[in-house]
Design a protein around this ligand. Structure first.
Ligand SMILES: *Cc1c(COP(=O)(O)O)cnc(C)c1O
Length: 450
């Protein structure tokens, strides 16, 4: 049996989601990917060991460097993204860190969207800042804002396909152009769209990162992250001497010259994951693989349900506003149309907008529309939900609900909230794949109590 993808046929997304990177186990015939729960692998001979350590032969040494179960996940996600190679990490945060530390060092600079996931703003703005890597955050609504912030020492541009919680959509091609005009890669966090809805490489991105914790795993069970490389970026353009010159961190290997279109992934694996250690366990890789087998079906269901929920909320008297990129009235619908897979919905073929939407709750009749009243209404709504889960995750098969101003963004003052795009009345839904009539029923009864 041949491993997918193959040259014989351009297999569809669903086939790759189920097969890419895996073949039946050659020893036992096991059809499902085995969980190789081992730290280390026996060498054939002293020569074999030496050539593995010299990176002359590919093979297994130690699970911090690579593991056969984890490799299947890496090949599968690379195939789904249309990339050349991938590296799995312990979480989405670890994946972003690994992706950036593979090419950045103290004194370098990043230009990033200001609307990134809060954890990422902290990682870049505080964590990396302490390492001497400075980030300028810009409003991503205008791609030219990225250009205006570029510096001679800028070495990466960073954005999200769909922002969280603003659910804003990035013009990936335009921002990629800015990055490439400066000879640096565009790194895209594709967590919220997933490769089913959007493949950032098709629009010019060079590196994709994922919190596989979300839609790839899909069931809220497992932390994991992915780094994927397009294989198209020219690392020998003078901006990345560490990709070209002999590595002090690994046997003097020249990563770009030796490994070419997957040299970046090898550097991330050998210099960052191997030395900083945020690797994915085989069991967690297996759980994410299991999730990915239904990614295409789940994403269609998430998109269809979310569109119906958005329509319901739009006409609800207790709802002030609804923000969902899959709604034709959304300011991001045009970009969604260009960049996202179109799927069958009750309203015909529409670009899939993923499963996250935000809406504003109106204060009680007779109550003044102050931030305090909006916040109280948000908290009452959350407490009235029956099966919708109140928690700080997205991308689960279960519908999740949170009121950012009283939870994830509680520490921010009013000005900071405004900059993050979080209003006191904002509720964020991660719409699951339960029966949509039941989701709408729970929302309706909770809104009427709020
Ligand atoms: C959750 C999330 C992350 C962080 O991933 P973890 O797996 O929680 O470490 C990064 N980016 C986005 C967009 C996320 O939603």
């Amino acid at each position: 049996m041949n491993k997918l993808p193959s040259k014989d046929r351009d297999y569809g997304f669903g086939t790759l989601a189920i097969h890419a990177g895996a073949t039946p186990d050659p020893v036992t015939g096991a059809r499902a990917t085995p969980i190789h729960q081992t730290t280390s692998f026996v060498f054939d001979s002293a020569d074999h060991a030496a050539s593995l350590f010299n990176l002359q032969t590919f093979g297994n040494v130690y699970s911090r460097i690579g593991n056969p179960t984890v490799s299947v996940l890496e090949e599968r996600v690379a195939a789904l993204e249309g990339g050349r190679a991938a590296l799995a990490c312990a979480s989405g945060m670890a994946a972003q860190m690994t992706a950036l530390l593979a090419i950045l060092k103290a004194g370098d600079h990043i230009v990033a969207a200001s609307t990134l996931y809060g954890g990422t703003v902290g990682q870049l703005g505080v964590g990396f800042e302490r390492l001497g890597i400075h980030t300028t955050f810009v409003d991503p609504a205008d791609p030219e804002n990225f250009r205006r912030a570029m510096q001679p020492n800028t070495r990466a541009v960073y954005g999200e396909t769909i922002g969280n919680p603003l659910v804003n959509v990035l013009d990936i091609a335009a921002v990629a152009q800015v990055a490439h005009d400066h000879g640096v890669p565009l790194v895209i966090d594709n967590t919220v769209a997933s490769p089913y809805l959007c493949r950032p490489f098709d629009h010019g991105a060079d590196i994709v990162v994922h919190s596989a914790t979300k839609y790839l795993g899909g069931h809220g069970t497992t932390m994991a992250g992915m780094v994927v490389e397009s294989g198209k970026f020219n690392w020998a353009n003078g901006n990345f001497p560490d990709m070209v010159e002999p590595s002090r961190a690994y046997h003097g290997v020249k990563f770009y010259e030796t490994f070419g279109d997957f040299g970046y992934t090898m550097k991330a694996r050998m210099e960052v994951n191997r030395t900083f250690g945020a690797v994915l366990s085989p069991l967690n890789a297996w759980l994410i693989l299991q999730g990915i087998e239904t990614l295409h079906l789940r994403m269609q269901a998430h998109c269809r349900n979310t569109l119906q929920v958005a329509r319901f909320l739009q006409q609800h008297p207790k709802v002030a506003w609804v923000n969902y990129p899959g709604l034709p009235a959304s300011p991001y619908f045009g970009l969604a149309q260009q960049q996202f897979r179109h799927i069958d919905t009750p309203e015909g073929k529409l670009p899939g907008g993923s499963g996250i939407l935000t809406f504003g709750i109106r204060p009680r009749a007779g109550e003044e529309a102050t931030p305090g009243a909006a916040q109280a209404a948000g908290e009452r709504f959350i407490d009235a939900c029956q099966f919708l889960s109140h928690l700080a995750n997205i991308g689960d098969a279960k519908t999740l609900v949170i009121h950012p101003a009283s939870t994830t963004h509680r520490q921010l003052n009013e000005e900071e909230l405004q900059r993050a795009g979080v209003s006191a009345d904002m509720v964020r839904l991660s719409v699951g794949i339960e029966d949509v009539e039941d989701i709408i029923w729970d929302l309706d009864q909770a809104l009427n109590q709020a």
